[in-house]
Ligand binder design. Structure first.
Ligand code: ADP
Ligand code: MG
Length: 145
């Protein structure tokens, strides 16, 4: 499955994230790709809202992972690998456990930094500046099962 969306402003990207959260299986792994400012964290804000999380969402910098409680007792993990320095930091994230945890929803910004480690079963979302106005983004969703 491959779907393309155009959003015209950050609120539309948040809304896309929010809607996306609503029909998602627990255990899902979302890999977000795109340059700085492409809209990944904006999407995650809406996504977290859609999951029923009211915490303020900012990209994790140190540590590179942030855990949020879901209303049903499960967990949402927000990872941002932009600043990852070395393999030790990667180990500390405990990705293997997260990827095999059926009660975890995991979102990874800059997933390209760990392409080799990503599970086959994942959703990839690509963010790009669109060719129209400065506030347009092209967002492509691909599901691998
Ligand atoms: P990233 O996490 O990919 O680095 P952010 O979501 O932190 O990107 O930042 C995106 C920036 O672009 C924000 O300042 C946001 O307000 C702005 N923006 C403008 N138009 C859009 C859009 N259509 N979707 C998402 N963000 C947008
Ligand atoms: Mg970000």
């Amino acid at each position: 499955m491959n779907k393309k969306y155009i959003t015209k402003g950050s609120l539309e990207t948040e809304k896309l994230g929010e809607d996306f959260a609503k029909d998602l299986k627990p255990g899902s792994i979302l890999c977000l790709y795109g340059d700085l400012g492409a809209g990944k964290t904006t999407f995650v804000k809406g996504f977290a809202k859609g999951l029923g999380i009211s915490d303020r969402i900012i990209s994790p910098t140190f540590p590179l992972i942030r855990e949020h409680d879901l209303p049903d007792g499960k967990k949402f993990y927000h990872i941002d690998l932009y600043r990852i320095q070395n393999q030790n930091e990667l180990k500390e994230l405990g990705l293997k456990e997260l990827f095999s945890d059926p009660n975890a929803i995991v979102v990874i910004e800059w997933a390209e930094k760990i392409n080799d480690l990503l599970p086959q079963n994942r959703i990839q979302i690509m963010f790009k500046h669109a060719t129209g106005s400065a506030d347009e983004r092209e967002i492509t969703v691909e599901k691998y099962e």
